[in-house]
Design a protein around this ligand. Structure first.
Ligand code: NG6
Ligand code: CA
Length: 520
């Protein structure tokens, strides 16, 4: 058993770029959007509030991590790091991408997709992209070819929600074109109101089916006003209610077409990002209003993915990784009743903060690995992060990693597979959206929080988004104080200094992956 697990790792080290004994399971990364640690049953959500049988089943049959993280507490930097294996704070322009933003990852920057393709994988991304499209300085050509895009950076196929569901435009992109775009009705996207009479969430607020609470008051589509303006492209526009069904439909098609080769599918759900609009059949399926109903919808998607694998006899040879792109948020700009219906539900579980924060709730999220027959069911306390999937999966497939690529992605494949004694990360830097200089640094049971501006956002997820004053340096013993309530910095100044210096060294070094980490 151990030999089988370690074989690809040894082989990658000794044989170089390809390896006869590499293990090349199909890989599906299911990334939830804005899902917190406590948002699913197997992480403590109560059945009276919502039920997530399919995600719970992954956990029961697979490995559930208690210290599973994404690398940032917003979407774009986590996704950037997941695909490139680089901490997002190392690169400017990796914060929340605007509607007309160019591709953040340009051709030439190595991605997990590039390297898995070298190992013979077919690769696809289906769902939310939010990493920009088009050339630097130009951005997306909505009526032409949306290049560079995923196909230029390691994905053979893509079917996308190009930005977020609250950012314009509400259209699908398939490969490098807007799907069903009528050339006679061109799509225009911009940040300024296109004409004085253009209806917006401000001028036509009384017509909205879901009111906004902050931002989100520009162009209206499907009765919901969004971030940014657009006109045209009417035949191409989707209904928010149908997105989850579409991701499943396209995934099923693609898996069936590509099952003869090993495949890597990035299933990037838009749930539970705002506007939270469940399909009609999921309305009222939780006690938590739409925020809970879209969790049930996402859970259904997970069940569908497993159904597809079983029907195609692929389940024994497919590894699923279930994770989230950042922690939870209550009110993220629409009055959808999430706060009012929270009751005793704790979206971040026992943790403090959520989306936008460097407290644990911002990045510690559900993280499950599943591979029937290969991963022994259980619970792991090893520290694992979405940023590590690149090096881990590529090493497993027997491909060597260029020294200058995936510079912060650690090879923790043993921990992800639950190999006895295999270690996760030794330390992890947690960032927010970036740009503010706030960092969390977790090492073992210790965590140092360094807030540059003595200000933290979304500290209480169950309340309206707000800024709170904090200490510049906070030291937490996560073993004794998972809720990050006691700052031990004053009585442990040596440790604070040591951790702060270590954090600074990693920030300055420009990389944290050992060059020979495949042989780790
Ligand atoms: C914020 C939006 C928020 C959400 C977030 C990105 C406002 C007031 N807030 O700027 O609603 O869209 O960006 O979320 O507009 S993420 O999960 O994609 O990072
Ligand atoms: Ca998100």
């Amino acid at each position: 058993m151990y030999l089988k697990h370690y074989l690809p790792i040894f082989c990658a080290a000794f044989l170089g770029s390809t390896c006869l004994f590499a293990s090349k399971p199909n890989v599906i990364v299911i990334m939830a959007d804005d899902m917190g640690y406590g948002d699913v049953g197997c992480y403590g959500a109560k059945p009276k509030n919502l039920k997530t049988p399919h995600i719970d089943r992954l956990a029961k049959e697979g490995l559930r991590f208690t210290s599973g993280y994404c690398s940032a507490s917003t979407c774009t930097p986590t996704r950037y790091s997941f695909l490139t294996g680089n901490y997002a704070f190392r690169r400017k322009g990796t914060g929340i991408a605007p509607p007309n933003g160019p591709s953040i990852i340009q051709p030439g920057e190595t991605t997990i997709g590039d390297l898995l393709k070298k190992a013979g994988y077919k690769t696809a991304v289906i769902g939310k992209w939010h990493l920009g499209l088009g050339a630097p300085g130009k951005g997306p050509d909505w009526n032409g070819q949306l290049k560079p895009g995923p196909r230029e950076i390691g994905f053979d196929y893509n079917f996308l929600l190009p930005t977020t569901n609250d950012r314009v435009p509400q259209v699908y992109v398939e490969n490098d074109r807007v799907l069903n775009l009528d050339p006679k009705d061109p799509l225009w996207v911009g940040s300024r109101k296109p004409s004085p009479d253009h209806p917006t969430g401000i001028t036509h607020r009384d017509t909205l089916k879901m009111d906004w609470s902050h931002g989100h008051n520009s162009t209206i589509h499907n009765g919901i006003s969004r971030i940014g303006f657009y006109t045209g492209g009417h035949a191409a526009r989707f209904r928010d209610e149908d997105l989850a069904d579409k991701w499943v439909e396209k995934s099923e098609e693609w898996i069936k077409q590509n099952k003869k080769d090993p495949f890597f599918l990035f299933f990037a759900s838009h749930d539970l990002h705002v506007p939270r609009i469940p399909h009609e059949r999921f309305r009222g399926t939780s006690a938590l209003s739409y925020r809970g109903d879209v969790i049930v919808q996402l859970d259904w998607c997970v069940g569908e993915i497993v159904r597809i694998l079983k029907e195609q006899n692929l389940d024994d040879n497919t590894m699923i990784i279930f994770c989230s792109d950042n922690g939870p948020v209550g009110d993220d700009g629409y009055k959808d009743g999430a706060l009012e219906h929270m009751g005793d539900h704790k979206p971040a579980g026992p943790y403090k903060g959520g989306k936008y924060s460097i407290f644990e709730g911002g990045t510690r999220t559900p993280f499950i690995t599943w591979w029937p027959g290969k991963i022994r069911p259980g619970v792991s306390d090893e520290i694992v992060c979405t940023i590590d999937l690149a090096t881990s999966l590529v090493s497993q497939a027997g491909v060597s990693i260029p020294e200058q690529a995936l510079v912060d992605s650690q090879n923790i494949i043993g921990a992800l597979l639950g190999v006895e004694g295999a270690k996760g990360r030794e330390h992890l830097i947690q960032q927010d959206n970036g740009g503010r200089g706030n960092f969390g640094f977790r090492k073992g049971k210790w965590k140092l929080l360094r807030h540059a501006k003595k200000m933290a956002r979304n500290v209480k997820v169950e309340e309206t988004l707000a800024n709170t004053n904090v200490e510049r340096l906070t030291l937490i013993n996560l073993e004794e104080d998972p809720g990050e309530t006691k700052n031990l910095a004053k009585s442990n100044s040596d440790l604070v200094e040591k951790l702060n210096a270590e954090l600074q060294t990693i920030l300055d070094a420009g990389r944290s992956r050992e060059t020979d980490s495949v042989s780790q």
